[in-house]
Design a protein around this ligand. Structure first.
Ligand code: FES
Length: 277
């Protein structure tokens, strides 16, 4: 049993705006009964103001599909087409106090029906798709839909995509393709401009910075263990130091030098080589 909110239950048991408007100004149909969910949205639009004066729906689907479709009609009535188009599927889910994550595809279907109806009103319907790449054959979900829903809802896993689009929820043959799409969306493409430029210092600046790191980051640690360090010289990328006090007899001196080198490479320059006097 799904954990539905009281509002979802209410909109399922007492749905508002069920039916079909006679002579509608806009019609949006999405989904397919074969795939388990379908929604037809009809609207009356005030031609002067572009305001949606009535909206009705017919749906084939589960409780959350009915509740989401009904919520959609309530949300868009009275809004202009542009205001309605600013609504996301998340707004539909939030209006209902949330949907189980496995049922988020119902809110996506509502948003798609709205897009289709507005496109129909504006005469912007896409020509019958011939080039659209279907990724999930079981639920007829295109790559374009997976990409737009994933970006809009910040989906990062196949499970998320299945919850929001149903893609991947059947035979599973499309799962590698969904993974590849997610990887492509969310992997950061590194352009040459994003690679940090190596820091350039004059020799004096470099020595001052090395001295500063030794004083602030290294000496306090060594002194806490009874040791100490002194900067002797910097020749190009060679940093010559002298270990003092307890560090002189410490059998871990080599490790200490390596740690100092690592710190200086991190904070000053990755080319530095630290040597003990
Ligand atoms: S092709 Fe996507 S679940 Fe079968």
């Amino acid at each position: 049993m799904w954990d539905y909110t009281e509002k979802v239950k209410h909109f399922f048991l007492h749905p508002k705006n069920v039916g079909e408007i006679e002579n509608p100004d806009a019609v949006g149909e999405v989904g397919s009964i074969l795939c388990g969910d379908a929604l037809k949205l009809t609207m009356k639009v005030d031609k002067e103001t572009g305001r949606i004066i009535d909206a009705k729906f017919q749906t084939f689907g589960c409780a959350s599909a009915i509740a989401s479709s009904s919520a959609l009609t309530e949300l868009i009535k009275g809004k202009t087409l542009d205001e309605a188009m600013a609504l996301s599927n998340q707004d539909i889910a939030e209006f209902l106090g949330g949907l189980p994550k496995e049922k988020m595809h119902c809110s996506v279907m509502g948003r798609e029906a709205l897009e289709a109806a507005v496109a129909n009103y504006r005469g912007e319907e896409k020509p019958v798709e011939t080039g659209e790449k279907i990724i999930c054959q079981c639920f007829e979900v295109s790559e374009e839909k997976i990409r737009s829903v994933a970006v809009e809802n910040h989906l990062t896993t196949v499970e998320d995509v299945t919850n929001f689009t149903k893609a991947g929820g059947g035979c599973g043959a499309c799962i590698p393709a969904i993974e590849a799409i997610l990887k492509d969306i969310w992997s950061v493409k590194v352009t040459p401009e994003m690679v940090p430029k190596p820091k350039k210092f004059t020799n004096l600046q470099k020595i001052a910075l090395i001295q500063d790191v030794l004083e602030r980051e290294i000496r306090p640690l060594l002194q806490a263990d009874g040791g100490d360090i002194e900067l002797i010289d910097v020749e190009g990328n060679r940093v010559i130091v002298a270990l003092r006090a307890m560090c002189v007899t410490c059998p871990m001196g080599g490790v200490t030098i390596n740690s100092i080198q690592e710190k200086l490479r991190e904070l000053v320059s990755e080319n530095l080589v630290v040597e003990a006097e």
